[in-house]
Structure formats: C-alpha cells, structure tokens
Design a protein around this ligand. Structure first.
Ligand code: GDD
Ligand code: MG
Length: 358
C-alpha cells in the first residue's frame, strides 16, 4: 500500500524550533523526525511514499531526495497555498488507485499497521482510522465507537466537558480512493471537520482500529522533549551510556543515565551530563558545565560552568559562561546568550537573538 504523509503544516506550536526547520526535519535522537517515520513504514513494507508538503519543503527534499538511500520511493507534492489535511490528499489523487494510508506527519507510534489493514479489509468500509487513548482528548479529534468498533461520532477538538471518551484520532487512516470524490480540488479542506463528521451524518460506516501501543504527537515543545526522553529511556542503551561514533573528546566527563552524544563533540573537564539527554554533532560543552535532561541540536556551544536543565537548544547556538538555562526554555537557531545569564523557566528565544538577562 502507498502512504501519503502530511508534512505541510507550519508547526506553530513548536515555535521557535520550526521557524527555520519544518516539523518533519526536527531531530529526534539526532535524526530528522521523518526518518523515524520512514523506518516505521518500512517495517510494514510500505515503500511508496507521497510527501504532501507546503511550509519549508526544500530541507525535506534535499535530505531525502528520491528516498533510495532510505530504502523507499518518495514522490513530492508541494502546495502553493495550504490545502488542509483533506485538500492535500486530494492533490495526490492522481497517484492513488488502490486503498492507501494517510499519516499526519508529526506522530511517532508503534501502532500495528498490519493489524489495522486487516481490520480495514474485514470491515469493508471506505475509511478506517487508528485510535489511541490520551489523558486530555480536548486537544485532538475525539472518536466515539460502538461495541463492534464502528465510529459513532467524530468531534475535532471539543471542550473537555463535551468529549464523550478519551479515545482520539491517532492521525492514521486507510482510505479507499473513491472517497476522494468527496473532496473538492485545489480547495482548503479538513478531513476532521468536513469529511468524517459528514460521512457519519449521512450514515456511512467508518471503522476503527484502537491500539494502546506507544503514540505521541510531537507537535508541542513539551511533547518534543518528552519523545526524546521516552525513546532514550526505551532504547537498548546500557546505562550510564556514552554514545558517540568518533572523534569526541571528553576528558573526565561524568555521564549518568541514557545520553546520546553526537559526532565530533568536545566536552571540557568536569562536565556532567545527566540523561535522558541528547547532544548533537559538533557541539562543545565547556569545563565544569552541567547538562541535565536537555536536548541540544548540532553545532552549539555551552559555556564554562553553565547549567542546562530540561531545555531545548537548536542548532548553532552559543550559551555563554556561567549561564543557567531553566526547564522548559527553548532557544531557536543561532541564539546567543550572554555570560552570566539566567533564563527563567519556559523562556522562548527567537532565532538569531542575543539575550543577556540576570
Ligand atoms: N500538506 C499539508 N497541507 N499538510 C498539512 C496541512 C496543509 O495545509 N495542514 C496541516 N498539515 C499536516 C501537519 O503538518 C501535520 O503533520 C498534520 O497535517 C496534522 O496537522 P496538525 O496541525 O498537527 O493537527 P493537530 O495535531 O492539531 O490535529 C490532528 O492530529 C491529531 C493527532 O495528532 C487531527 O487530525 C486530530 O484529529 C488528531 O487527533
Ligand atoms: Mg499534530
């Protein structure tokens, strides 16, 4: 089966990380998010992939090219204006003859796609959607089903009181091509608001595949931090763990817990890194600095005696000496933080800014 992956959104809830990097290219364990997704699809022999793109398509296309290096075949479609989750699939209609998968391009999961395809075949419906349980369904598409798994109601982002269940649309569908006749061409159209609820109102059947396998939407900065932490804690890394392929110099660094260290990094004396934490390629950590739970992208420098706690530092940043970057802070690309700065919790710094605050 082919897969259409929706990667055209702006990823505004991940700002400032996605101001220069599309959500699909945001690194998770030092690899673009989409690379993880492609590995997942390959496990199910889904090798023909259509990427429906809009915002910042170039970095995606230049990294994945025709997909052959990653063992898949990729076709790129770029929207001139956002077409929404339905319009983007309609735009791929000329490539879709058989039933196909659609994936929201910001979901990392282990939902069993083989079992989902079996449910689709057995129920014979035009649409099958994967469901997952969450704590706060009001942030998602909430899906109520009957005892046989047929969808009764689809409500996109209802209030907490309105949500009839905590089972939500996991952002994975199997769709029969004839359904595309229900979506107008070249028009902004959301399947969550204009297709699924309408099909149900008309009495058409939508089946579901509920799963409690690992599932996360990486769409916010706290989820982004969490997915890195989750994967590091689950990866088969011995603890304490120092992973680096080559050329990383670390004098007397103290590494505790699962830590992924990129290539060609330089760690000063008495550096302490407490996992789960990720340091990208070509980073420098100055003498006596402490990194705790942070995710650092490539080519960033942390000054001497600085403390980084559960924060996200994008590429090419420079954190001065004696700084304290508190939990939940997010630095966009190429941010410079002056020596001795103290960043309060949850501070967001836009790319290219210089900040000095004590
Ligand atoms: N090509 C294209 N064009 N892709 C788009 C567009 C567009 O105009 N708009 C959004 N997308 C992509 C995004 O890049 C993302 O991968 C996916 O569609 C879903 O958009 P989000 O903006 O992340 O939606 P959401 O997270 O608020 O809600 C959706 O996902 C939830 C699961 O994570 C909905 O499908 C919910 O019903 C669902 O529960
Ligand atoms: Mg999302």
């Amino acid at each position: 089966m082919k897969a259409v992956i929706l990667v055209g959104g702006k990823g505004t809830r991940l700002y400032p990380l996605t101001l220069g990097t599309p959500k699909a290219m945001v690194p998770i364990l030092n690899k673009p998010f989409l690379e993880h997704m492609i590995s997942y699809l390959k496990k199910y022999d889904i090798l023909d992939i259509v990427l429906a793109m809009g915002y910042l398509p170039d970095p995606i296309q230049s990294y994945f090219d025709d997909g052959s290096e990653f063992g898949v075949r990729i076709t790129y479609l770029v929207e001139d204006k956002p077409l929404g989750t339905g319009g983007a699939v309609k735009n791929a209609e000329f490539l879709l003859e058989e039933p196909f998968f659609v994936f929201n391009g910001d979901v990392l999961t282990e939902i069993d796609l083989g079992n989902m395809a079996r449910v689709h075949r057995e129920t014979g419906t035009s649409v099958t959607m994967a469901l997952t349980p969450v704590d706060d369904p009001s942030l998602y598409g909430v899906v109520e089903t009957d005892t046989s798994g047929m969808v009764k109601q689809f409500m996109e982002k209802p209030s907490r009181d309105e949500a009839p269940t905590n089972m939500i649309n996991a952002g994975i569908y199997i769709i029969e091509p004839e359904i595309l006749g229900r979506i107008p061409s070249e028009t902004f159209f959301m399947v969550e608001r204009e297709l699924f609820p309408v099909l149900l109102e008309e009495g058409q059947s939508i089946s579901s595949y509920a799963s409690d396998a690992y599932w996360i939407d990486i769409g916010t900065t706290d989820k982004y931090l969490k997915v890195n932490h989750d994967l590091l804690s689950r990866e088969d890394l011995s603890s304490p763990c120092l992973q680096s392929d080559n050329d990383t110099s670390h004098h007397e660094a103290m590494i505790e817990g699962p830590v992924l260290l990129g290539k060609n990094c330089a760690l000063g004396e008495n550096v302490r890194i407490k996992g789960p934490a990720v340091i990208g390629d070509k980073c420098e950590v100055g003498d006596n600095a402490t990194v705790e739970g942070a995710i650092v992208w490539q080519n960033s420098k942390m000054g001497r005696s600085s403390l980084l706690e559960n924060c996200i530092i994008a590429s090419n940043c420079h954190v001065g000496d004696n700084c304290h970057i508190s939990s939940g802070c997010v630095l966009g690309d190429s941010v410079v933080i002056g020596d001795g700065s103290n960043l309060a919790q949850q501070t967001l710094v836009w790319p290219g800014h210089y900040l000095r605050c004590t």
